[in-house]
Design a protein around this ligand. Sequence first.
Ligand code: NAD
Length: 302
Amino acid sequence: MTAKLIKGTEIREEILEEIAAEVKEIKEKKGVVPGLVTILVGANPASISYVTLKIKTADRLGFKEIQDDQPEDISEADLLAIIDKYNKDDSIHGILVQLPLPKHIDDKKILNAIDPDKDVDGFHPVNVGRLMIGGAEVKFAPCTPAGIQEMIVRAGVETSGAEVVVVGRSNIVGKPIANMMVQKGPGANSTVTIVHTRTQDLAAHCKRADILIVAAGVPGLVKPEWIKPGACVIDVGVNRVGEKVSEKTGKKIAILRGDVDFDAAKEIAGSITPVPGGVGPMTITMLMKNTLNSMKYKLGMM
Ligand code: NAD
């Protein structure tokens, strides 16, 4: 059996087209566009490339985009003042502080200073609490888990009553996606198990999963014999396992591998996400959706 590929690159395009159409319509009717500010401190090359991609995507969708780059040695107080300025700016609906921050800045303090109603990353404790309560309380689900749920739904996989096993208990992927899948509502209603480094018999839990979500950061952790035939496998892992020369650009690029032994797993699973090109492209997409939703909340449209 060869699994159906759940392609994040294709689902991203579908969602971005939907967002762009909505932005255009709201702009015509109400004269407002979503406003996103990206705050980048210092010059970490990975952070620069993430922020650049976010800015490009926001521009493509017709958002107002402010790129607020700050020097590595900015003080915590000055950074807090910048956040305060954007908290008060009515044209800004989403504030994104690119992590990691330099060591002299307390990242928790910075993230907690963002107005929860502009916290489009969904990391503020208020939004974590709202996610836990579920239903109409939820404003912003964190972007990677939101992308995972969207992929499962758009792939037509039944979640109601499904056994979902989540490998990993991080605050940015494992815990929030487990919490989202257990809620009462569409795209959820699942029976959820979280497994982690202290779990006994990881294989036995994974084998029960109708939907297996793996976010461990361990290349090839999940073996094909751990997969229930026909299961939906979502591989969140992005692991750099080496380098190669790009055929397109001639430059050195990372060789990426997921947490699942993809080649063998695709012969057993019913559907599976590839790495790269699976969950990865969904994160920025859902950031854009959260920013659009933030504006819609403000306009009373949600
Ligand atoms: P993390 O290191 O914060 O958490 C990993 C979790 O996996 C931990 O809770 C740990 O208990 C569990 N784990 C680790 N090794 C295990 C093992 N051998 N057996 C069982 N459990 C184990 O990582 P994270 O931030 O959640 O990210 C996980 C992976 O997902 C990474 O590869 C990361 O790069 C990737 N990721 C991708 C995206 C994206 O594609 N957009 C976003 C976030 C994270």
